[in-house]
Write a protein that binds this ligand. Structure first.
Ligand SMILES: [Zn+2]
Length: 428
């Protein structure tokens, strides 16, 4: 008894595992996307028909009910019994099978959705944008996203504002005020983290394909955005966007966090800022501290402590890691650029080249993401600059907050009666 099987898969991207046919086969024909092997199978059956042909489901035989029906007739004439392995258990004769054709119109609906799925998978492999509207700031052209000259500057400005002030809510408000463009904080967060604005395409299965269009956020900026978002995370949302540079950073000796309060002296209408513990467990309670003094002390301390901290910290060999990752990216980009030649000279066929290019671009995106997670390599160089008091005094409070957060995780107050000093906890 001769048994053959035919296996059909939507695309090469759909690497479904091989079905268990439940018996040993004389031959397996396999197709992806198109059906050249099915044609071969039917031809082979003309000379040497098998007793049984196994398929997973009827619609594997063609893309429309008409084609499936034609193939069933063909098989019947050749005396081949068809067995579907997933639909209805075992069907005896091809004749019985033909009755199923009455129901084939429902199949056509399935075929349609399968064709749509195939389309999506093909888009992904060719690095075409996923279906739907282009994200704000972009337009959809034939095969890629292009910058929308009216809206792209708005997104760009939003990113620049965030990079300077490090405040999601602040940047959302800024957008509304300057452009009358209202977005929610969660949309803002999505913009900041979206692969699309970084020039990559992301698909709903999580795959990211790199460098598919012009980015609105450079790789360096994106890395900085990621660092800021990570740093803002443990802070309460309001402190992250508060205008004061020390907001959310200071912790009292009693472990309570400290909040900034304003006190206006009635006689002079002058405003004084104080730092007070939010929930002090002590009796009597820890005293408030003058904001200006804490700020001054913080600047003095950072200028003394930062160079020391940087010198004694055994930084991972970031530079080395960056070089390795960059070299890997370059190597993959080099292969990518050779693909057109390999295609032209016939070394690779179209499908293989497309698939290879897809894999390479996905790998590159993953490597670039790893690269972006590494700390800035020039920490030593930066530490030199930011160890001069003048550097800090020249900054606005917003800029100062930005730089504080690049380095300081916490400012701890150590008290000795009414005297106090502070200790800096660095982020690295
Ligand atoms: Zn206290």
């Amino acid at each position: 008894m001769k048994i053959i099987a035919y296996l059909y898969r939507d695309t090469q991207a759909n690497q479904a595992k091989l079905p268990a046919w439940g018996r040993s086969l004389d031959r397996l024909y396999e197709d992806w996307g198109d059906r050249p092997q099915l044609e071969q199978l039917l031809q082979d059956c003309q000379h040497d028909p098998p007793d049984y042909l196994l398929v997973q489901q009827l619609e594997d035989l063609g893309d429309s009910a008409q084609i499936v029906s034609d193939r069933l007739h063909q098989l019947e004439q050749l005396g081949v019994s068809l067995i579907t392995t997933t639909a209805t258990a075992e069907m005896g004769t091809t004749e019985q099978m033909l009755h199923l054709l009455e129901h084939l119109h429902t199949l056509q609906t399935q075929q349609r959705s399968r064709r749509i799925r195939q389309g999506h998978a093909r888009n992904r492999i060719k690095a075409l944008p996923p279906p739907g509207k282009a994200p704000y700031g972009y337009l959809r052209s034939k095969d890629r996203y292009t910058l929308d000259r009216t809206t792209a500057p708005v997104v760009k400005d939003f990113f620049e504002h965030f990079l300077l002030y490090g405040s999601l809510r602040g940047s959302v408000r800024y957008l509304h005020k300057k452009y009358n463009k209202k977005i929610s904080a969660s949309t803002g967060k999505r913009w900041l983290t979206s692969p699309v604005y970084r020039g990559n395409l992301a698909y709903h299965d999580g795959a990211v394909v790199a460098n598919t269009h012009v980015p609105l956020l450079s790789r360096e900026e994106a890395a900085q955005v990621d660092r800021l978002l990570r740093r803002n995370h443990p802070l309460a949302p309001r402190t992250a966007s508060a205008p004061r540079s020390l907001a959310g950073l200071v912790q009292c000796e009693c472990q309570s966090s400290m909040t900034i309060t304003r006190v206006t002296a009635r006689s002079t209408a002058q405003e004084y800022l104080y730092l007070r513990p939010v929930a002090c467990p002590r009796q009597p309670k820890c005293r408030g501290l003058a904001y200006a003094q804490v700020l001054e002390q913080t600047i003095q301390r950072i200028c003394v402590d930062l160079p020391r901290a940087v010198a004694t910290t055994s930084m991972p060999d970031v530079d080395g890691m960056k070089q390795v990752l960059s070299a890997e990216i370059l190597a993959k980009q080099a292969i990518l650029s050779q693909l057109p030649d390999l295609l032209r000279t016939g070394v690779l066929d179209d499908e293989t080249a497309t698939l290879r290019s897809y894999t390479l671009r996905t790998d590159i995106a993953a490597l670039e993401a790893t690269l972006a997670q590494l700390p800035p390599v020039n920490l030593q160089a930066i530490a030199q600059t930011v160890s001069l008091p003048q550097f800090w005094l020249d900054l606005s409070e917003a800029e100062r907050r930005f730089y504080f957060r690049e380095f300081i995780r916490q400012i701890q107050i150590v008290r000795d009666g009414v005297d106090w000093e502070l200790r800096l906890v660095f982020v690295f």
